[in-house]
Unconditional design. Structure first.
Ligand SMILES: *Cc1c(COP(=O)(O)O)cnc(C)c1O
Length: 349
């Protein structure tokens, strides 16, 4: 075998949810928002000729809008190409010791992939039997802590005093809270920034802001953390954010009313859909997200997943220990959820 093959960086890649090409399906498998982004994005008339120019490497326009929106200083905001890019940069920047980084065994499956890619030691901490994080597991010595709140794919939200306990026990590590779904849940950890210089809060425009296709994510933390992340970013690729994303991302922040109305609609749908699921014999932890993580009392998840797909409804199934009898179902429109309820009703008869 040729010697160069020994030098390839071999990694086991993350498997994203399917993005089927057909248009006549109901897509409830990757937690996208069923509603479009704010109509204000249609008012943007970008001069296409400007695309010949590099974008602002500091993404200044979007950074400043986000700072204003969240009431923080601009030097506390880092933006990237989706929160996946932001999280990858944060792993590379902060998880740089010989000690293991800690995250839950059932969580966002990209974390172990980045850890492997960047050769970061890590140790998964098991969720308890009801899929709750056990905060004491994160009190031991470590090289960093990361978890989503609400957690994915469970949807469970932990209140701020829980997060604060973990921060207090980790003054020497960076603690990353991945708030991809926070807008569907409760209070954000942003309010803890004032007292914890080791906290990094990561957010995305992909779920609650209906802009997965634009790839916008950001992190908020103390200026020293943000500076360190920018140094790493500028050592890798200066122009991560493209011009249309900078402009459209800035624009949608102006339309708070639309944003709030979309979130209210999804939460309302989540509640009635959850009640219907219960009537159909499913159980699930209370969701603080735009999905429900459900298991059926008699029919295996795998079977339901396959049958729903056959029927043109895509939901998510993880063939993983502990959760291989669960389905993660994204909350779509009322009509889409009704179609899924009708399908389950028929199938489970
Ligand atoms: C969807 C998701 C992300 C990534 O979202 P981007 O589209 O890259 O912004 C990050 N973390 C969790 C927990 C997610 O579910």
């Amino acid at each position: 075998m040729a010697g160069w093959k020994d030098y390839i960086r071999r990694v086991e890649p993350y498997t994203p949810g399917e993005q089927p090409k057909q248009s006549n399906i109901i897509k409830l498998n990757t937690n996208e928002n069923p509603y479009g982004p704010s109509p204000v994005v249609c008012q943007v008339r970008e001069n296409m000729d400007d695309l010949r120019l590099y974008p602002d490497p500091s993404a200044g326009m979007l950074v400043e809008s986000l700072a204003r929106y969240h009431g923080v200083d601009a030097d506390q905001v880092f933006v990237g190409v989706g929160s996946d890019d932001v999280l990858a940069m944060a792993f590379l920047t902060f998880f740089n010791s010989d000690k293991a980084v800690l995250f839950p065994d059932i969580s966002y499956s990209f974390y172990p992939v980045w850890a492997e890619l960047f050769r970061i030691p890590y140790e998964k901490q098991p969720l308890d039997a009801s899929f709750r994080l056990v905060k004491e597991d994160y009190y031991k010595e470590n090289g960093g802590v990361v978890f989503p709140n609400p957690n994915a794919p469970t949807g469970i939200y932990e209140p701020l005093d829980f997060i604060e306990d973990i921060l207090q026990h980790n003054p020497d590590s960076v603690v990353i809270i991945d708030e991809a779904y926070i807008d569907f849940a409760g209070e954000s950890a942003l309010s803890l920034l004032a007292d914890h210089d080791n906290l990094l809060v990561v957010r995305t425009f992909s779920k609650s802001r209906s802009m997965a296709g634009l790839r916008i994510g950001y992190a908020i933390g103390n200026p020293e953390l943000i500076l360190a992340m920018n140094d790493v970013k500028y050592s890798y690729n200066s122009y991560t954010m493209n011009r249309p994303s900078l402009i459209l991302g800035t624009k949608v922040l102006e339309d708070e009313a639309y944003f709030q109305s979309v979130i209210r609609k999804i939460i309302t749908t989540r509640e009635w859909f959850g009640n219907r699921l219960k009537e159909l014999g499913f159980t699930f932890p209370e969701s603080g997200s735009n999905f429900i993580f459900a298991t059926h009392k008699t029919v295996p998840a795998r079977e339901l997943f396959d049958a729903a797909k056959e029927h043109g409804i895509y939901i998510r199934y993880f063939d993983q220990p502990r959760i291989d009898n669960y389905l993660r179902i994204t909350i779509g429109t009322d009509e889409e959820m009704q179609r899924l309820v009708d399908f389950f009703e028929e199938y489970l008869k």
